[in-house]
Write a protein that binds this ligand. Structure first.
Ligand code: HEC
Ligand code: HEC
Length: 209
């Protein structure tokens, strides 16, 4: 309902509200059922557009890639943190408290990548064709193969055991957000959560010789 109010505050949208209202209600109940599955696109189009479309109060505008690149120059981690905790006139969670941190990170990734995900309509939680093994080979092994900058090595139980004490879910979240020298989403803003999860699971399982 809050999302509706945001839209409703904008007079030029009022006239079409009556027409789109039923579909929005439908959309919202669909979202309620799959709460944790809101994609970056859904989050942005429901909540963030309120300010980030027009650039209200100096909000970086959707599609202004130069501005987003500048802000995200130190990685997605820091900007995601700011969106979650709030910064200057950017309210915490976009003033939409029911958005989870994960959904916020998807919204940020969506805006930073200019919606240029492989398939922008794809929820970040839906699986792709890539298996964990393929993804690890394609991307993660660059650091996790040799243990570059302290990256826990693939299939090395000594490296992973202390980290696994917090549980796989927390490791996945940590890979999504970034962690010290570990870039958020391994530097691939449009990598889905479930792809990352498959990759993490592949890495923490001891390798057969
Ligand atoms: C009420 C207006 C408003 C809404 C709604 C809003 N933002 Fe913002 N946002 C801002 C403003 C203003 C800034 C610029 C803050 C600054 O740097 O001074 C900003 C900045 C940001 C930044 C950059 C932070 C940085 O470190 O430079 C991110 C990321 C961001 N918003 C994400 C989001 C996401 C994701 C949503 C939707 C869930 C959202 N915002 C909704 C107003 C808003
Ligand atoms: C540019 C190098 C680099 C790439 C590429 C990279 N990682 Fe990492 N990763 C690191 C480093 C360094 C750490 C250790 C960070 C620390 O704990 O200080 C790490 C830690 C992690 C952790 C443990 C986080 C924690 O909280 O203990 C997970 C999980 C992880 N990476 C998953 C992945 C996955 C999955 C991929 C591929 C999709 C990947 N990483 C790609 C460098 C990288």
């Amino acid at each position: 309902m809050k999302a509706l109010m945001i839209r409703g505050n904008r007079p030029r949208r009022l006239s079409i509200l009556a027409i789109v209202l039923p579909s929005i209600m439908c959309f919202q109940s669909a979202m309620a059922e799959t709460r944790t599955d809101r994609s970056g696109k859904q989050v942005v189009e429901t909540v963030c557009v309120g300010c980030h479309e027009s650039g209200k109060d100096g909000a970086p505008r959707i599609g202004d890639q130069a501005e987003w690149a500048k802000r995200a120059s130190h990685g997605l981690g820091a900007v995601t943190e700011h969106a979650i905790t709030g910064i200057r006139k950017m309210p915490a969670h976009g003033a939409y408290a029911s958005l989870s941190d994960l959904e916020m990170s998807r919204g940020v990734a969506y805006m930073v990548s200019g919606g240029a995900a492989i398939d922008p309509s794809k929820p970040y939680s839906s699986p792709s064709q890539m298996t964990g093994a393929q993804l690890v080979k394609a991307r993660c092994s660059e650091c996790h193969g040799s243990g570059k900058e302290g990256a826990p090595r693939i299939g090395n139980m000594d490296d992973w055991k202390p980290r696994l004490q917090v549980g796989v879910d927390n490791l996945v979240t940590s890979a999504i957000r970034g962690h010290n020298a570990m870039p958020a989403r391994a530097g691939m803003a449009n990598l889905s959560d479930s792809d990352l999860r498959s990759a993490v699971i592949f890495m923490v399982v001891p390798q057969k010789p």
